[in-house]
Design a protein around this ligand. Sequence first.
Ligand code: AMP
Ligand code: TRP
Length: 331
Amino acid sequence: MTTAKHPRVFSGIQPTGGLHLGNLLGAVKGWVSQLDHTDTIICIVDLHALTVARDPTETRLNRLGLAAALIAAGVDPDRCILFMQSAVPEHAQLGWIMQCNASFGELSRMTQFKEKRERVDFISSGLFLYPALQAADILLYDTDEVPVGDDQRQHVELCRDLAIRFNNRYGRTFVVPRHVIAPVGARVMDLANPTNKMSKSLDGPGTIWLSDPVASIEKKFKRAVTDSLDSVTYDREGQPGVANLLDILSACTGTPPADLARSYDQYGALKLDCAAAVIELVEPIRQRSLSLLQDPAELDRILNTGANRAKEIASKVLARAQTHIGILERS
Ligand code: AMP
Ligand code: TRP
């Protein structure tokens, strides 16, 4: 699968529900398109998901459900490493070291923490430390590239800062990674509220789930919020709802959004085409996902194989970091 010259790509996704259209267009589609030219590692970050308390039964279902959805979307375990974060304890171990390497001030400035703390009753310290664990995830694999949606830009920049700081203090230890953000689809907005990004936590009529049946996707697009200007232009500020539909259609078809805008003069036609393009992309994934879930033992086997392969890489990088900070004797 890998040759030395292929860039090492690492990304993560939380098992806090299924996959939605934003995950697919902003992240997963990009991972899949590059599998043959990269050495890709995809991690289901179940430790990150613990930062907000959840019912254990739901957690169990979400972990396997996400593994099935990712494989169904093309994250082929024969062409990359797919594994569960908690199965590789090196993540928690390097996570602690990165927490000690990140300052209170820089973690306090993370916009995702500031947003999320407003939405939960119990602000766990894990929610605050989350980006340090994310940095550990990335650094454990000598990662070159981190393909993510736009909302993860700040976290990956922090990871770079932490890697550089560690290398300066303790000697060259980590590869300093860079984020890769898709030109279109990196910020899919909620269909019912197009000034908010589509997210697992909003989960209303404006979120398209990859598990949504065809009729439900059609209905959600039909009801997508637009405006009363009655003209189709690509203007994210002035016409956020219309621009979001154009972005989605563009991410599905490959035609630039401004070019698409010229071929429509009615919102209805744009919505219909958008729904059709999304259904064409999503429906086969839904079907494959359902069939993969029929065999949970096979999914477990795939994830175990992935964890063993991940551990082989992660244990060496962790030992390097531990040696450099003086908690592991040089062998
Ligand atoms: P999460 O579901 O928060 O674990 O995110 C998994 C990946 O999907 C990350 O790379 C996110 O940046 C990306 N992502 C999440 N929501 C969106 C969205 N609305 N638009 C584009 N990318 C997104
Ligand atoms: N914080 C990311 C998100 O919510 C998930 C994540 C955890 C991640 N570790 C990662 C993404 C490492 C990229 C690399 O989307």
